[in-house]
Write a protein that binds this ligand. Sequence first.
Ligand code: DQA
Length: 141
Amino acid sequence: MRILIINGPNLNLLGKREPGIYGSSTFEDYLGKMRAAHPEIEIDYYQSNHEGCIIDKIHEMGFGQVDGIILNAGAYTHTSVALHDAIKAVKTPVIEVHISNVHQREEFRHHSFISPAASGIVIGFGLESYHLALLSFVSKI
Ligand code: DQA
């Protein structure tokens, strides 16, 4: 099984960015733990601060190249019809994740353009949100 994690804008700063909300671990450290916990899964990782680059990556990997995409689109979640359309356009299931519980935060974070296109949503479990999304691809009973 091969899964791609995509992180959007400002998520390259995890560990330094608002640690009270996003924690003090870098994403690379957490990714290492996920890879160690799941040696049977190939976990690819891509981060970009640019909307078009994220869309290009979804197009590139969304037709069978990976079994699933885990996407934290950051603030583009709340603004991007283009990301909604990209997720709808591809065949690979995309799970939307958020580290923080966006519904406990500012009202502008309550709406997601991505949710209606996503195959599932994991919100508010810290970095563990990514792991829970990963488990949803592997654990089918
Ligand atoms: C976020 C929540 C978004 O509202 C915010 O813009 C982010 C991170 C999260 O993971 O909690 O950049 O997607």
